[in-house]
Design a protein around this ligand. Structure first.
Ligand code: BEZ
Ligand code: FE
Length: 293
């Protein structure tokens, strides 16, 4: 292994993986080395540009704390998180589509009753969210858990905003005996992802805006079914077609029904029945392989 050249270097590095026992590690590293070398051959970075790239990755690491994961933000904004999500959650039949978890999930949200509000402050444009949790054949699932979180009308999550009470706009709700869920909340707002770090600098250098369309996050789970991590978006949001993290899917865009809405405009699962801003959305879970057998 001496006098390696531009021509043979990639091959020699990959051949060295012959000493690696773990077959998956070998496959992953072989592909990574191939792609990295192919990128370098295509771009031909100068020494200064390569140093700049290393400085950027160093800053990304240095920005990470227990509360802030800049590497995930980089993965999100480059579309890598949604690609991983798509590969690992290929849609089966009518099952609800997934979307990214995002950095603001907290596992310990309070357990609430059917019809309770997750809005502790009572500020904002009130909203009722209801629907059915079923399997892919539309059989209702009783006792499914909906773990919910969202921003306040100022576009901030409780963890980003000292003025919000702890656990504001978070809750866990169970479906009732008919598989139905219902909670009250406030209309979420579109918001920018954090831009005070290297990923923010990258976005502005690229001329990409940092905004996400308004959404409500859900993890829906039930015994015998594959848990689904997803988000509901609101029809008409200006950022639906330019989400900074590429997480919008058509099937996850819900009608926001205002009391004055003409109900004939709504899809059958979205009907305006009360004098209340409302979202009606049904989740369909896929059985885990064991439950299918
Ligand atoms: C979010 O939805 O909370 C989110 C997702 C990805 C990056 C930043 C925020
Ligand atoms: Fe979010």
């Amino acid at each position: 292994m001496r006098d390696l050249t531009e021509e043979n270097l990639t091959e020699v590095v990959i051949r060295k993986l012959g000493d690696t026992d773990d077959p998956r590690l070998k496959q992953v590293m072989s592909s990574l080395i191939q792609s990295l070398h192919a990128f370098i051959r295509e771009v031909e970075p100068t020494q200064d540009e390569w140093l700049e790239a290393i400085k950027f990755l160093t800053e990304v690491g240095q920005k990470c704390t227990d509360e802030r994961q800049e590497f995930i933000l980089m993965s999100d904004t480059l579309g890598a998180s949604m690609l991983i999500d798509a590969i690992n959650n290929r849609k089966v039949d009518d099952a609800t589509e997934s979307s990214v978890l995002g950095p603001y999930y907290r596992a310990s949200a309070p357990e609430l009753e059917y019809g309770d509000s997750i809005n502790i402050t009572n500020e904002g444009d009130s909203l009722e969210v209801r629907g059915l949790v079923s399997d892919q054949y539309h059989n209702p699932i009783k006792g499914a858990i909906l773990d919910i979180w969202q921003t306040a009308p100022n576009g901030l999550y409780d963890v980003q905003d000292d003025k919000q009470p702890d656990m504001n706009l978070r809750g866990k709700i169970l479906t009732n005996r008919d598989g139905r869920y219902f909670f009250r909340t406030v209309r979420p707002a579109s918001y920018p992802i954090p831009t005070d770090g290297p990923v923010g600098k990258m976005l502005s250098a690229l001329g990409w805006h940092p905004n996400r369309p308004a959404h409500i996050h859900f993890i829906v789970s039930a015994k015998g079914y594959k848990p689904i991590t997803t988000q509901l978006f609101i029809e008409g949001d200006p950022y639906l077609d330019s989400d900074a993290v590429f997480a919008v899917k058509n099937s996850l865009v819900a009608n926001f029904i205002r009391p004055e809405s003409d109900s004939s405009q709504n899809t059958p699962s979205n009907s305006a029945s009360t004098l209340q801003n409302e979202i009606n959305y049904d989740f369909h879970l896929e059985p885990t392989p064991r439950a299918q057998s």
